[in-house]
Design a protein around this ligand. Structure first.
Ligand code: SAM
Length: 254
């Protein structure tokens, strides 16, 4: 029986891959991967490595999670080194816990290799620190996948009244309802929001607005995209290092 590495691929910029992830990717006999922010990572694999795509398109898994678990398990029966590669970090809305549990129940040896999660690194590349002294003393990472008006919502909306930072992943298609819900619980209409698309890649785009107008401004951005709600968004005026340097590079090579 082989060993499975549940591995974070980072948010997109290939240099944000950890050294440990790079090592197991080079050693892998098979790599089971999602729609990755950076498919170039697969080029690091050795000759003869098998690739199995089990990815997501627009929030829908090509394979249901149960079948993905089984693909990983079967791969461990056939190969010595199995890498299950996931965008960002495997335990931040990555279902890595479910996959690890499935392997544990079948006696398969596995390791978790954390990755740099998009929830902090994408805001950082947009010049937005998720905490900042005097502005925000905590941040939450919340699924935006669940419609806010859903009955029996698991999301504790009433807890979001503070000024602290909220990062919504998987939320672009619910952007209008999320903004509306935050206004409903008492946040000011002009509370700052940013939507960052394809973060940490050369195609990164950031749109800044308020709870009232962000939907109109950002609705057509391409995915993957995340939403940052909080006064920390205003710090981008001074800290927007990446898009500024990308623009400068583009001008220099034009
Ligand atoms: C299923 S979640 C997985 C999160 C991942 N495990 C992580 O730690 O980043 C996918 C969501 O992450 C966000 N995301 C991932 N990569 C991104 C990127 N490069 N730019 C913007 N958002 C990204 C988007 O909100 C996307 O819908």
């Amino acid at each position: 029986m082989g060993k499975v590495y549940l591995t974070g691929a980072g948010p997109g910029d290939i240099e944000l891959l950890t050294l440990k992830a790079a090592r197991v990717i080079k050693e892998a006999d098979v790599i089971i991967y999602d729609r990755l922010a950076n498919p170039e990572i697969l080029q690091m694999a050795k000759n003869g490595c098998e690739f199995i795509y089990v990815g997501k398109e627009d929030g829908k898994h090509i394979l249901p999670q149960e079948q993905i678990n089984e693909v990983i398990y079967k791969s461990a029966l056939r190969y010595d080194v199995v890498v299950r590669l996931k965008g960002g970090d495997p335990f931040v809305f990555g279902r890595g816990g479910e996959e690890g549990k499935y392997l544990f129940e079948r006696g398969v040896d596995f390791e978790i290799i954390p990755g740099i999660t998009s929830s902090i690194s994408v805001p950082a590349y947009a010049g937005i620190p998720v905490t900042h002294r005097g502005v925000s003393v905590s941040f939450r990472v919340v699924t935006g996948h669940e419609a806010p008006n859903k009955e029996a919502s698991q999301i504790p909306w009433e807890n979001f009244k503070t000024d602290d930072t909220i990062v919504f992943l998987m939320g672009l298609h619910n952007l209008q309802q999320i903004a509306q819900k935050l206004i409903e619980i008492g946040k000011p209409k002009d509370f700052p929001v940013a939507v960052i698309s394809k973060g940490t890649t050369p195609e990164q785009k950031t749109v800044v607005g308020t709870l009232e107008n962000i939907y109109e401004k950002a609705r057509d951005l391409p995915t993957p995209a995340l939403i940052v709600v909080g006064k920390v968004v205003n710090l981008r005026e001074s800290l927007n290092w990446f898009e500024k340097s990308a623009r400068q590079n583009a001008l220099a090579y034009a």
